[in-house]
Design a binder for this molecule. Structure first.
Ligand code: MF3
Ligand code: CO
Ligand code: CO
Length: 274
């Protein structure tokens, strides 16, 4: 195609994004619900002295007990059923034998394959009593995610999501991580499009009914810059400021949005405690 007409380019880009039907939505509901139930189950185990390796084993067993498979296990060389990102770790923290400490904030990110379909969600958990600044960051990050989700409806632009998140988070004197984004998913774990958590209203492909993707903003108390440690996975804030993240898997419906990974126990936020 020789044209450089912007509307044609936008159409071409949104044509790469799969649109799914009713059966896919039913499958995503099932996968998303199981992920949320796993994230609910683990809440009671997050406390001082517990290791992230122990949490990983519980989440592996939960998958096995429910006929599901953790999508991250052996994914591009990753060896765990969850990512556990503590304090200044932005994402992709690997479970290990170090005990959690009072006052830590930890993101647990869980992706399950159920009947071939992916549900992907993460939440922040409090380890004991939190400092007010930690609690505030978690609240702002959850609100950022929900504002991003509110921007999802047919005809809206992908940039509307990023704009909603960025304008709110920066208004609260926090920063949005640029190096990682949300993603299309379904029968693939990471598919087109990239969902940026910053951006400009009216930019990016238009949303259409049947599109499936995650929104998963990482918000820092300090600067947005990130570095990946020598293990090739663990991403941390360069200034060692606290970072938080929440993630939901959503689908664009005829009238708006469906969230597949809401907590049946009501633990989405405040931080789940059983
Ligand atoms: N669940 C993460 C996401 O939200 C991906 C983790 S990939 C891993 O996309 F290999 F680090 F586990
Ligand atoms: Co994801
Ligand atoms: Co995830």
């Amino acid at each position: 195609m020789a044209t450089t007409d912007a509307s044609v380019q936008t159409r071409r880009r949104s044509n790469e994004i799969k649109r799914h039907g009713a059966e896919a939505f039913a499958a995503m509901r099932k996968a998303g619900r199981l992920v949320a139930e796993g994230l609910d189950m683990i809440a009671a185990h997050v406390k001082p002295g517990v290791t992230t390796a122990a949490l990983d084993r519980l989440m592996f067993d939960f998958a096995m007990d429910h006929g599901a498979y953790p999508a991250t296990l052996n994914y591009r060389g990753y060896r765990y059923s969850i990512c556990t990102s503590i304090n200044h770790v932005v994402c992709h923290g690997q479970p290990d034998e170090k005990p959690l400490r009072e006052g830590d904030i930890i993101n647990i990110d869980y992706t399950l394959i159920v009947d071939g379909w992916h549900g992907d969600s993460s939440r922040m958990y409090a380890v004991g009593q939190l400092a007010r600044k930690s609690e505030r960051l978690c609240e702002i990050t959850h609100e950022s995610l929900m504002r991003g989700i509110e921007a999802v409806k047919p005809g809206a632009h992908m940039g509307d999501i990023g704009h909603a998140i960025q304008s709110y988070a920066e208004g609260e004197r926090c920063s949005v991580v640029r190096d990682f984004c949300g993603h299309g998913l379904g029968q693939l774990f990471h598919d087109a499009p990239n969902i940026l958590h910053y951006g400009v209203r009216g930019e990016g492909p238009r949303m259409e009914p049947g599109m499936l993707f995650t929104i998963e903003p990482m918000i820092n108390l300090g600067k947005p810059h990130v570095k990946v440690l020598g293990d090739g996975w663990t991403a941390v804030t360069r200034d060692r400021s606290l970072s938080a993240q929440f993630e939901h898997t959503v689908g664009v419906t005829d009238t708006g949005v469906e969230i597949f990974t809401l907590s049946p126990a009501g633990f989405d936020y405040p931080i789940g405690k059983a």
